[in-house]
Write a protein that binds this ligand. Structure first.
Ligand code: ADP
Length: 402
Protein backbone atom coordinates (compact mmCIF):
# COMPACT_ATOMS: atom_id res chain seq x y z
CA UNK A 1 0.00 0.00 0.00
CA UNK A 2 1.26 3.50 -0.77
CA UNK A 3 2.52 5.43 2.24
CA UNK A 4 0.57 8.55 1.29
CA UNK A 5 -2.96 8.49 2.53
CA UNK A 6 -3.58 12.20 3.08
CA UNK A 7 -5.63 12.57 -0.10
CA UNK A 8 -7.69 9.49 0.62
CA UNK A 9 -11.13 9.20 2.15
CA UNK A 10 -12.26 6.38 4.41
CA UNK A 11 -15.88 5.46 3.70
CA UNK A 12 -17.76 3.68 6.44
CA UNK A 13 -21.09 1.96 5.97
CA UNK A 14 -22.29 0.62 9.33
CA UNK A 15 -25.18 -1.83 9.21
CA UNK A 16 -26.93 -3.39 12.18
CA UNK A 17 -24.36 -6.22 12.42
CA UNK A 18 -21.66 -5.25 9.96
CA UNK A 19 -19.30 -2.46 8.98
CA UNK A 20 -18.26 -2.19 5.33
CA UNK A 21 -15.39 0.15 4.54
CA UNK A 22 -13.23 1.43 1.72
CA UNK A 23 -10.17 3.64 1.65
CA UNK A 24 -10.18 5.36 -1.71
CA UNK A 25 -9.08 8.29 -3.81
CA UNK A 26 -12.13 10.51 -4.31
CA UNK A 27 -10.84 11.84 -7.60
CA UNK A 28 -9.72 8.74 -9.47
CA UNK A 29 -11.91 6.29 -7.57
CA UNK A 30 -8.85 4.04 -7.04
CA UNK A 31 -9.48 1.81 -4.02
CA UNK A 32 -6.47 1.37 -1.73
CA UNK A 33 -8.16 -1.05 0.65
CA UNK A 34 -11.64 -2.39 1.30
CA UNK A 35 -13.31 -4.88 3.55
CA UNK A 36 -16.07 -5.83 5.90
CA UNK A 37 -16.45 -6.68 9.56
CA UNK A 38 -19.43 -8.95 9.91
CA UNK A 39 -21.47 -10.72 12.57
CA UNK A 40 -20.85 -7.97 15.13
CA UNK A 41 -22.16 -9.13 18.51
CA UNK A 42 -21.65 -12.81 17.68
CA UNK A 43 -18.81 -15.17 18.66
CA UNK A 44 -17.84 -15.96 15.08
CA UNK A 45 -17.47 -12.35 14.01
CA UNK A 46 -14.49 -11.30 11.94
CA UNK A 47 -12.92 -9.17 9.28
CA UNK A 48 -12.13 -9.67 5.61
CA UNK A 49 -9.65 -7.02 4.45
CA UNK A 50 -8.45 -6.57 0.87
CA UNK A 51 -5.38 -4.49 0.08
CA UNK A 52 -2.58 -4.76 -2.46
CA UNK A 53 -4.18 -7.80 -4.07
CA UNK A 54 -4.07 -9.70 -0.79
CA UNK A 55 -6.88 -10.74 1.51
CA UNK A 56 -6.48 -10.81 5.29
CA UNK A 57 -9.08 -12.72 7.26
CA UNK A 58 -9.44 -12.90 11.02
CA UNK A 59 -12.22 -14.46 13.08
CA UNK A 60 -12.88 -13.55 16.71
CA UNK A 61 -15.68 -12.13 18.81
CA UNK A 62 -16.44 -8.48 18.05
CA UNK A 63 -18.61 -7.08 20.84
CA UNK A 64 -19.92 -3.92 19.18
CA UNK A 65 -19.31 -1.30 16.50
CA UNK A 66 -16.52 0.34 18.52
CA UNK A 67 -14.69 -2.99 18.68
CA UNK A 68 -15.46 -3.50 14.97
CA UNK A 69 -13.89 -0.20 14.00
CA UNK A 70 -10.87 -0.89 16.22
CA UNK A 71 -10.45 -4.20 14.41
CA UNK A 72 -10.49 -2.36 11.07
CA UNK A 73 -7.84 0.11 12.25
CA UNK A 74 -5.72 -2.72 13.77
CA UNK A 75 -5.92 -4.64 10.50
CA UNK A 76 -4.83 -1.57 8.53
CA UNK A 77 -1.89 -1.18 10.95
CA UNK A 78 -0.98 -4.87 10.74
CA UNK A 79 -0.95 -4.72 6.94
CA UNK A 80 1.41 -1.76 6.89
CA UNK A 81 -0.68 1.33 7.52
CA UNK A 82 -1.54 3.04 10.74
CA UNK A 83 -4.44 5.31 9.81
CA UNK A 84 -4.38 7.05 13.18
CA UNK A 85 -0.85 8.34 12.50
CA UNK A 86 -0.53 8.85 8.77
CA UNK A 87 -3.72 10.86 8.44
CA UNK A 88 -6.47 10.75 5.84
CA UNK A 89 -8.41 13.61 4.30
CA UNK A 90 -11.87 12.76 5.59
CA UNK A 91 -14.16 10.01 6.77
CA UNK A 92 -17.46 9.66 4.90
CA UNK A 93 -20.26 7.91 6.75
CA UNK A 94 -23.27 6.48 4.97
CA UNK A 95 -26.29 7.40 7.08
CA UNK A 96 -29.59 5.82 6.16
CA UNK A 97 -32.18 8.30 7.41
CA UNK A 98 -31.77 12.06 7.32
CA UNK A 99 -35.47 12.73 7.99
CA UNK A 100 -36.58 16.28 7.24
CA UNK A 101 -33.40 17.60 8.84
CA UNK A 102 -30.54 16.57 6.57
CA UNK A 103 -30.61 16.87 2.81
CA UNK A 104 -26.98 17.40 1.98
CA UNK A 105 -23.64 15.95 3.04
CA UNK A 106 -23.02 17.36 6.50
CA UNK A 107 -19.88 17.95 8.55
CA UNK A 108 -20.35 15.99 11.76
CA UNK A 109 -20.24 17.59 15.20
CA UNK A 110 -21.92 16.68 18.48
CA UNK A 111 -25.21 18.32 17.44
CA UNK A 112 -25.29 16.41 14.14
CA UNK A 113 -24.69 13.11 15.95
CA UNK A 114 -27.52 13.92 18.37
CA UNK A 115 -29.86 14.80 15.49
CA UNK A 116 -29.07 11.57 13.60
CA UNK A 117 -29.71 9.68 16.81
CA UNK A 118 -33.04 11.49 17.25
CA UNK A 119 -34.11 10.18 13.84
CA UNK A 120 -33.74 6.57 15.04
CA UNK A 121 -37.49 6.10 15.41
CA UNK A 122 -37.72 6.42 11.59
CA UNK A 123 -34.94 3.86 11.01
CA UNK A 124 -34.58 1.77 14.16
CA UNK A 125 -32.30 -0.85 12.57
CA UNK A 126 -30.06 1.57 10.73
CA UNK A 127 -29.53 4.95 12.38
CA UNK A 128 -28.30 3.59 15.75
CA UNK A 129 -25.69 1.52 13.89
CA UNK A 130 -24.69 4.59 11.85
CA UNK A 131 -24.31 6.62 15.04
CA UNK A 132 -22.19 3.89 16.64
CA UNK A 133 -19.89 3.90 13.61
CA UNK A 134 -19.63 7.69 13.65
CA UNK A 135 -18.87 7.88 17.36
CA UNK A 136 -16.16 5.22 17.13
CA UNK A 137 -14.53 6.85 14.11
CA UNK A 138 -14.53 10.24 15.82
CA UNK A 139 -12.78 8.70 18.82
CA UNK A 140 -10.16 6.98 16.70
CA UNK A 141 -9.58 9.92 14.33
CA UNK A 142 -10.39 13.04 16.37
CA UNK A 143 -8.58 15.42 13.99
CA UNK A 144 -10.03 14.14 10.71
CA UNK A 145 -13.21 15.79 9.32
CA UNK A 146 -16.12 13.37 9.45
CA UNK A 147 -18.99 13.80 7.03
CA UNK A 148 -22.44 12.22 7.02
CA UNK A 149 -23.93 11.37 3.62
CA UNK A 150 -27.62 10.54 3.74
CA UNK A 151 -29.44 7.85 1.76
CA UNK A 152 -32.58 9.97 1.81
CA UNK A 153 -30.98 13.28 0.76
CA UNK A 154 -31.48 13.03 -3.01
CA UNK A 155 -35.23 12.65 -2.52
CA UNK A 156 -35.65 15.54 -0.10
CA UNK A 157 -37.30 17.74 -2.71
CA UNK A 158 -39.86 15.20 -3.97
CA UNK A 159 -43.04 16.95 -5.11
CA UNK A 160 -45.70 17.14 -2.39
CA UNK A 161 -48.08 14.95 -4.39
CA UNK A 162 -45.46 12.20 -4.58
CA UNK A 163 -44.26 12.35 -0.99
CA UNK A 164 -47.59 12.67 0.80
CA UNK A 165 -49.45 9.62 2.13
CA UNK A 166 -53.21 10.00 2.09
CA UNK A 167 -53.72 9.58 5.82
CA UNK A 168 -54.93 12.04 8.47
CA UNK A 169 -52.63 14.99 7.85
CA UNK A 170 -52.33 15.77 11.56
CA UNK A 171 -51.15 12.24 12.37
CA UNK A 172 -48.68 12.34 9.50
CA UNK A 173 -47.28 15.71 10.59
CA UNK A 174 -46.98 14.65 14.22
CA UNK A 175 -44.96 11.55 13.35
CA UNK A 176 -42.90 12.62 10.36
CA UNK A 177 -44.86 10.30 8.07
CA UNK A 178 -44.04 11.01 4.40
CA UNK A 179 -42.19 9.34 1.59
CA UNK A 180 -38.46 9.90 2.16
CA UNK A 181 -36.94 7.47 -0.37
CA UNK A 182 -33.66 5.56 -0.02
CA UNK A 183 -30.67 4.47 -2.14
CA UNK A 184 -30.47 8.18 -2.99
CA UNK A 185 -26.68 8.18 -3.27
CA UNK A 186 -26.94 5.44 -5.86
CA UNK A 187 -29.81 7.01 -7.85
CA UNK A 188 -27.98 10.35 -7.94
CA UNK A 189 -24.63 8.83 -8.91
CA UNK A 190 -26.08 6.54 -11.57
CA UNK A 191 -28.29 9.22 -13.16
CA UNK A 192 -25.24 11.49 -13.32
CA UNK A 193 -23.24 8.74 -15.03
CA UNK A 194 -26.06 8.28 -17.54
CA UNK A 195 -25.92 11.94 -18.55
CA UNK A 196 -22.14 11.66 -18.97
CA UNK A 197 -22.40 8.46 -20.96
CA UNK A 198 -24.98 9.95 -23.30
CA UNK A 199 -23.07 13.22 -23.54
CA UNK A 200 -26.21 15.08 -22.53
CA UNK A 201 -26.94 17.86 -20.08
CA UNK A 202 -28.62 16.21 -17.05
CA UNK A 203 -31.06 19.14 -16.95
CA UNK A 204 -32.44 17.99 -20.32
CA UNK A 205 -32.98 14.32 -19.44
CA UNK A 206 -35.98 12.36 -18.22
CA UNK A 207 -34.75 9.17 -16.59
CA UNK A 208 -35.95 6.07 -14.81
CA UNK A 209 -33.36 4.27 -12.66
CA UNK A 210 -33.85 0.76 -11.31
CA UNK A 211 -31.51 -0.01 -8.39
CA UNK A 212 -32.00 -3.78 -8.05
CA UNK A 213 -29.88 -5.34 -5.30
CA UNK A 214 -31.00 -7.19 -2.19
CA UNK A 215 -32.88 -4.00 -1.48
CA UNK A 216 -34.50 -2.60 -4.62
CA UNK A 217 -35.92 0.76 -5.62
CA UNK A 218 -36.83 2.74 -8.71
CA UNK A 219 -36.86 6.46 -9.27
CA UNK A 220 -38.24 8.89 -11.83
CA UNK A 221 -35.84 11.79 -12.43
CA UNK A 222 -36.61 14.92 -14.44
CA UNK A 223 -33.73 17.26 -15.20
CA UNK A 224 -31.59 15.77 -12.43
CA UNK A 225 -34.32 16.01 -9.77
CA UNK A 226 -36.42 13.04 -8.63
CA UNK A 227 -40.15 13.35 -9.16
CA UNK A 228 -40.99 10.02 -7.51
CA UNK A 229 -39.38 6.95 -5.95
CA UNK A 230 -40.61 3.59 -4.77
CA UNK A 231 -39.28 3.41 -1.22
CA UNK A 232 -41.18 5.37 1.39
CA UNK A 233 -41.07 6.26 5.08
CA UNK A 234 -38.87 3.18 5.36
CA UNK A 235 -37.02 1.05 2.79
CA UNK A 236 -39.91 -1.43 2.77
CA UNK A 237 -42.24 0.17 0.22
CA UNK A 238 -42.23 -0.39 -3.51
CA UNK A 239 -40.52 -3.12 -5.47
CA UNK A 240 -40.34 -6.78 -4.47
CA UNK A 241 -36.91 -7.31 -2.85
CA UNK A 242 -34.71 -10.18 -1.67
CA UNK A 243 -36.50 -10.53 1.67
CA UNK A 244 -38.84 -7.50 1.75
CA UNK A 245 -42.40 -7.48 0.46
CA UNK A 246 -42.47 -4.04 -1.08
CA UNK A 247 -46.02 -2.72 -1.65
CA UNK A 248 -48.98 -4.49 -0.11
CA UNK A 249 -52.47 -3.71 1.06
CA UNK A 250 -51.94 -2.09 4.50
CA UNK A 251 -55.09 -3.93 5.59
CA UNK A 252 -53.01 -7.11 5.61
CA UNK A 253 -51.29 -5.89 8.76
CA UNK A 254 -54.55 -5.45 10.68
CA UNK A 255 -55.66 -8.84 9.40
CA UNK A 256 -52.45 -10.51 10.62
CA UNK A 257 -52.83 -8.89 14.03
CA UNK A 258 -56.52 -9.76 14.41
CA UNK A 259 -56.71 -13.16 12.76
CA UNK A 260 -53.21 -14.60 13.07
CA UNK A 261 -52.42 -12.85 16.40
CA UNK A 262 -49.12 -11.48 15.14
CA UNK A 263 -47.52 -8.87 17.37
CA UNK A 264 -45.86 -5.86 15.74
CA UNK A 265 -42.35 -7.37 15.87
CA UNK A 266 -43.62 -10.45 14.06
CA UNK A 267 -45.23 -8.27 11.41
CA UNK A 268 -41.99 -6.33 11.03
CA UNK A 269 -39.97 -9.54 10.68
CA UNK A 270 -42.43 -11.07 8.23
CA UNK A 271 -42.39 -8.07 5.92
CA UNK A 272 -38.69 -7.20 6.17
CA UNK A 273 -36.98 -10.59 6.45
CA UNK A 274 -39.32 -13.39 5.44
CA UNK A 275 -41.06 -11.89 2.42
CA UNK A 276 -40.10 -10.85 -1.11
CA UNK A 277 -38.30 -13.39 -3.28
CA UNK A 278 -37.36 -15.39 -0.18
CA UNK A 279 -40.88 -15.53 1.17
CA UNK A 280 -42.25 -16.76 -2.13
CA UNK A 281 -39.47 -19.15 -3.16
CA UNK A 282 -37.34 -19.99 -0.09
CA UNK A 283 -34.20 -18.33 -1.50
CA UNK A 284 -33.29 -14.66 -1.74
CA UNK A 285 -30.33 -14.75 -4.10
CA UNK A 286 -31.26 -14.29 -7.75
CA UNK A 287 -28.69 -16.82 -8.92
CA UNK A 288 -30.29 -19.49 -6.73
CA UNK A 289 -33.74 -18.40 -7.86
CA UNK A 290 -32.67 -18.87 -11.47
CA UNK A 291 -31.37 -22.38 -10.69
CA UNK A 292 -34.69 -23.31 -9.07
CA UNK A 293 -36.62 -21.97 -12.06
CA UNK A 294 -34.38 -23.94 -14.43
CA UNK A 295 -35.25 -27.06 -12.40
CA UNK A 296 -38.96 -26.46 -12.88
CA UNK A 297 -39.72 -25.05 -9.41
CA UNK A 298 -43.14 -23.38 -9.77
CA UNK A 299 -42.88 -21.31 -6.56
CA UNK A 300 -39.59 -19.83 -7.81
CA UNK A 301 -41.18 -19.03 -11.15
CA UNK A 302 -44.09 -17.28 -9.43
CA UNK A 303 -41.65 -15.26 -7.27
CA UNK A 304 -39.86 -14.14 -10.43
CA UNK A 305 -43.11 -13.26 -12.17
CA UNK A 306 -44.30 -11.19 -9.20
CA UNK A 307 -40.93 -9.41 -9.14
CA UNK A 308 -41.14 -8.52 -12.84
CA UNK A 309 -44.82 -7.57 -12.63
CA UNK A 310 -44.01 -5.04 -9.89
CA UNK A 311 -41.06 -3.60 -11.85
CA UNK A 312 -43.27 -3.08 -14.88
CA UNK A 313 -46.03 -1.50 -12.81
CA UNK A 314 -43.60 1.21 -11.68
CA UNK A 315 -42.06 1.50 -15.11
CA UNK A 316 -45.50 2.33 -16.47
CA UNK A 317 -46.26 4.75 -13.64
CA UNK A 318 -42.98 6.61 -14.08
CA UNK A 319 -43.24 6.74 -17.86
CA UNK A 320 -46.52 8.58 -17.43
CA UNK A 321 -45.27 10.68 -14.52
CA UNK A 322 -42.38 11.93 -16.66
CA UNK A 323 -44.39 12.16 -19.86
CA UNK A 324 -41.88 9.94 -21.66
CA UNK A 325 -38.25 9.08 -20.96
CA UNK A 326 -34.85 9.47 -22.56
CA UNK A 327 -33.10 6.76 -20.54
CA UNK A 328 -33.93 3.68 -18.47
CA UNK A 329 -31.03 2.37 -16.40
CA UNK A 330 -30.38 -0.79 -14.42
CA UNK A 331 -27.89 -0.92 -11.54
CA UNK A 332 -26.83 -2.93 -8.43
CA UNK A 333 -26.38 -6.70 -8.06
CA UNK A 334 -29.41 -7.92 -10.01
CA UNK A 335 -29.70 -4.91 -12.32
CA UNK A 336 -26.04 -5.14 -13.39
CA UNK A 337 -25.87 -8.92 -13.66
CA UNK A 338 -29.19 -10.32 -14.82
CA UNK A 339 -29.87 -9.88 -18.56
CA UNK A 340 -33.04 -11.91 -18.05
CA UNK A 341 -34.51 -9.42 -15.58
CA UNK A 342 -33.62 -6.49 -17.86
CA UNK A 343 -35.14 -8.20 -20.92
CA UNK A 344 -38.32 -9.25 -19.11
CA UNK A 345 -38.79 -5.87 -17.42
CA UNK A 346 -38.82 -4.12 -20.80
CA UNK A 347 -40.32 -6.80 -23.05
CA UNK A 348 -42.95 -5.81 -25.62
CA UNK A 349 -42.57 -2.04 -25.24
CA UNK A 350 -41.26 -1.09 -28.67
CA UNK A 351 -44.35 1.04 -29.31
CA UNK A 352 -43.03 3.28 -26.51
CA UNK A 353 -39.58 3.44 -28.10
CA UNK A 354 -38.23 0.99 -25.53
CA UNK A 355 -36.14 -1.86 -26.92
CA UNK A 356 -33.36 -4.10 -25.66
CA UNK A 357 -30.74 -5.45 -28.06
CA UNK A 358 -30.31 -9.14 -27.10
CA UNK A 359 -26.61 -9.26 -28.01
CA UNK A 360 -25.73 -6.07 -26.14
CA UNK A 361 -27.88 -7.16 -23.20
CA UNK A 362 -26.14 -10.52 -22.73
CA UNK A 363 -22.59 -9.28 -23.49
CA UNK A 364 -20.39 -9.54 -20.41
CA UNK A 365 -19.08 -6.30 -19.04
CA UNK A 366 -18.36 -4.45 -15.84
CA UNK A 367 -18.49 -0.94 -17.24
CA UNK A 368 -21.39 1.38 -18.02
CA UNK A 369 -22.94 0.43 -21.35
CA UNK A 370 -25.92 0.89 -23.61
CA UNK A 371 -28.04 -2.23 -24.25
CA UNK A 372 -30.70 -0.72 -26.54
CA UNK A 373 -30.23 -0.61 -30.33
CA UNK A 374 -28.37 2.57 -31.36
CA UNK A 375 -31.42 3.95 -33.19
CA UNK A 376 -33.94 3.23 -30.40
CA UNK A 377 -35.73 6.28 -29.07
CA UNK A 378 -35.07 5.41 -25.42
CA UNK A 379 -31.52 4.62 -24.27
CA UNK A 380 -31.53 1.52 -22.07
CA UNK A 381 -28.36 1.30 -20.01
CA UNK A 382 -26.51 -0.79 -17.46
CA UNK A 383 -24.48 1.41 -15.12
CA UNK A 384 -22.55 -0.08 -12.19
CA UNK A 385 -23.35 1.86 -9.05
CA UNK A 386 -20.55 3.08 -6.79
CA UNK A 387 -22.01 4.47 -3.59
CA UNK A 388 -18.60 4.46 -1.89
CA UNK A 389 -17.11 6.73 -4.53
CA UNK A 390 -20.09 9.07 -4.37
CA UNK A 391 -19.79 9.23 -0.57
CA UNK A 392 -16.01 9.75 -0.78
CA UNK A 393 -16.46 12.63 -3.23
CA UNK A 394 -19.14 14.27 -1.11
CA UNK A 395 -17.06 13.89 2.07
CA UNK A 396 -13.96 15.28 0.34
CA UNK A 397 -15.88 18.30 -0.92
CA UNK A 398 -17.32 19.08 2.51
CA UNK A 399 -13.90 18.62 4.16
CA UNK A 400 -12.29 20.98 1.63
CA UNK A 401 -14.83 23.72 2.27
CA UNK A 402 -14.87 23.27 6.07
P1 ADP B 1 -27.12 -5.03 -1.57
O1 ADP B 1 -28.51 -4.50 -1.67
O2 ADP B 1 -26.92 -5.96 -0.43
O3 ADP B 1 -26.03 -3.99 -1.74
P2 ADP B 1 -26.22 -5.99 -4.16
O4 ADP B 1 -26.43 -4.78 -4.97
O5 ADP B 1 -24.82 -6.43 -3.92
O6 ADP B 1 -27.03 -5.98 -2.82
O7 ADP B 1 -27.00 -7.19 -4.88
C1 ADP B 1 -26.99 -8.46 -4.32
C2 ADP B 1 -27.85 -9.37 -5.16
O8 ADP B 1 -27.41 -9.33 -6.53
C3 ADP B 1 -27.69 -10.84 -4.77
O9 ADP B 1 -28.60 -11.20 -3.79
C4 ADP B 1 -28.02 -11.53 -6.05
O10 ADP B 1 -29.39 -11.84 -6.04
C5 ADP B 1 -27.77 -10.54 -7.14
N1 ADP B 1 -26.70 -10.99 -8.05
C6 ADP B 1 -25.38 -10.88 -7.88
N2 ADP B 1 -24.72 -11.42 -8.91
C7 ADP B 1 -25.66 -11.89 -9.78
C8 ADP B 1 -25.64 -12.56 -11.05
N3 ADP B 1 -24.48 -12.84 -11.64
N4 ADP B 1 -26.81 -12.86 -11.63
C9 ADP B 1 -27.98 -12.55 -11.03
N5 ADP B 1 -28.07 -11.94 -9.84
C10 ADP B 1 -26.93 -11.60 -9.22
Amino acid sequence: MSERTDDLVLVINSGSSSIKYQLLDPESGAVTAAGVVDRIGEDNAGIEHHADGETTERRSAVADHTAGLRLIFDTFAATGHDLTRSGIRAVGHRVVHGGEVFYQPTLIDDDVVAAISDLSSLAPLHNPANVAGIESARELLPDVPQVAVFDTAFFHGLPDAAKTYAIDAKVAAAHGIRKYGFHGTSHEYVSGQVAELLGRDPAQLNQIVFHLGNGASASAIRGGHPTDTTMGLTPLEGLVMGTRSGDLDPGIIAHLVRSAHFDIDQVDKLLNRDSGIKGLSGVNDFRELQRLIDNGDTAAKLAYDVYIHRLRRYLGAYLIDLGGVDAITFTAGVGENSPQVRADALAGLSRFGIEVDPTANTAKGRTARRISPPDAEVAVLVVPTNEELAIARAAHQVAESA
